[in-house]
Design a protein around this ligand. Sequence first.
Ligand SMILES: Cc1cc2nc3c(=O)[nH]c(=O)nc-3n(C[C@H](O)[C@H](O)[C@H](O)COP(=O)(O)O)c2cc1C
Length: 200
Amino acid sequence: MKRFFISLSLTIISLSQCLASDIALPKPQTNGGMPLMEALSKRQSTREFLNNRKLSDQQLSDLLWAACGYNREDKLTIPTAMNRQEVSVYVITPEGAWRYAAKENKLIQVTDKDIREYSAAQEFAKEALLNIAIVSDKELMSDDIYAGTDAGAVMQNIYLWCAANEVGTVTRGSFDKKGLAKALNLKSSQRVILVQTVGY
Ligand SMILES: Cc1cc2nc3c(=O)[nH]c(=O)nc-3n(C[C@H](O)[C@H](O)[C@H](O)COP(=O)(O)O)c2cc1C
């Protein structure tokens, strides 16, 4: 009995530690901003980032909502083939990695390790303060072309948010695919399609 209570309290402690590292995001600001045609004129890739200036929590929330948040009860800012909604995004920072839970508007921690080395082949990205992994789940979408187009919609939303907010970004296909999937604790049906570096 005593052993049962010890193991129960250990479980409660580890669960509360786990919950403590999740992050509630501020409500995304979904109005205003730069006109679309101006943002399109500014969209570009950048490969130089400061490693001492982070996005604010409000900017991160707005960016993730733009990337693939809910803009209606059950539908997203991106289109997905057959509305499978198979895409999810993961935030990678020096402090760990989190899955964006769009409905709850929060970040669920998947690791507290610095896994940036897996998210990049290029040095600037390994040192960047924010990388966003765009992940697709084969269980929900087995067609590779549709998986790629849906991930591409997330990519372009990130590009446009960055252009509109004068934040730099580059999407990247070059990263350690197996290593990153493992570091993010993905299911075997999930794969990372792109990783996008974002920052000043
Ligand atoms: C699917 C895809 C994969 C890419 N992979 C990389 C990459 O691994 N590293 C990189 O520096 N840029 C990468 N890019 C960015 C392109 O090099 C960039 O979009 C292109 O040079 C055009 O420049 P622009 O985005 O400024 O118009 C990738 C772009 C796409 C669409």
